[in-house]
Design a protein. Structure first.
Length: 318
């Protein structure tokens, strides 16, 4: 073996080891990003102490208004619990004495206190309210967010509790942001009970990967390669394929009545995408309400009177 061959082998070995190290390093970074954004830990407590972004004034306004509502209605509140997937999951049932209940599904990183804000119109609609801490949030057990796939099975368990133990004849689902992914999976992939009578979907987006990507870019990160590697770790820990977490995928399977609520200043699901979702929804009983100046998942804050009327009218007609 000549000297040039030896040099080429050494150079090849160095390049190969460097490439392997680079791949290992980016996967390690992706592991850290995954645990900081999609799992509960010391950096992401997802608890009941404060909203997901304590620096957001609008979130605090919603949070405090919701707490005031819950305090006013505290005599109707019952602590409730289910078990699913070896996890104990917590909720609060505001039993106003009606035979129908809405389950409010908040977005990622939000606990049930966030949902108080959306509960306000339902008593007027003669509808009880169940707010829930999803797995890995609030007082519920769990570490990993399932981007709607795992949570969809939990919500069906909550429906069964309401029907079997509290004799509720009609169940509705009011979902916000990532909660709409869970709701879409319930309708398009799961076998849900026939007493599920309607969906209120606030700020539905095309796919989970798409909305995550927009947040990722917004934080100043380049997509390649870490963004793509995050989903390796997501599947590793949850056994869920992220490409299954797509509201748009389940729209052609919708049969249950549904009302979509969008803000025209939503940068995470722009108007063109929202219209695509609505057009692909196959429910024969579907409607949409637009809010000209509303942003993503803060729509009710923009015009609570219009929002509440839309919700009440939907419940009363279904």
């Amino acid at each position: 073996m000549g000297p040039w061959q030896i040099i080429l082998i050494i150079v090849g070995a160095l390049l190969g080891s460097g490439l392997l190290f680079s791949i290992w390093l980016t996967f390690a970074i992706a592991w850290n990003v995954y645990h900081r954004t999609l799992t509960r830990g010391k950096h992401t407590p997802w608890g009941r102490n404060e909203p997901s972004d304590p620096n957001n004034e609008e979130l605090w306004a919603m949070w405090n208004a919701g707490l005031m509502w819950a305090e006013k209605e505290q005599n109707y509140k019952k602590e409730v619990e289910i078990a699913n997937d070896n996890l104990k999951l917590k909720g609060e049932f505001f039993d106003f004495g009606f035979d129908k209940t809405v389950i409010i599904i908040p977005g990622r990183r939000e606990c049930l206190i966030y949902s108080y804000y959306y509960a306000m119109p339902y008593k007027t609609a003669n509808c009880n309210v169940l707010v829930i801490d999803q797995r890995a949030h609030g007082d519920s057990e769990g570490t990993y967010a399932g981007c709607g796939m795992l949570e969809s099975l939990d919500v069906i368990k909550w429906m069964q509790l309401l029907h079997d133990e509290y004799h509720q004849k009609s169940i509705y689902v009011h979902a916000i942001c990532v909660g709409t992914c869970c709701a879409s999976i319930i309708e398009g992939k799961r076998e849900h009970p026939d007493y599920l009578k309607g969906f209120i979907l606030d700020s539905t987006f095309i796919t989970y990967k798409d909305i995550y990507k927009k947040h990722y870019i917004e934080c100043g990160h380049k997509l390649f390669p870490v963004y793509y590697q995050v989903w390796f770790w997501f599947r590793w820990y949850t056994k869920v394929k992220i490409n299954e977490c797509q509201p748009i995928k389940y729209m052609p399977k919708f049969k249950t009545p549904v009302i979509f609520i969008w803000g025209k200043k939503d940068i995470y699901c722009v108007e063109k995408q929202s219209k695509q979702i609505f057009e692909s929804c196959s429910s024969l009983d579907k409607s949409v309400v637009w809010f000209e100046d509303a942003t993503h998942s803060h729509i009710r804050l923009n015009d609570s009177e219009k929002y509440d009327k839309s919700v009440i009218d939907f419940i009363n007609s279904h």
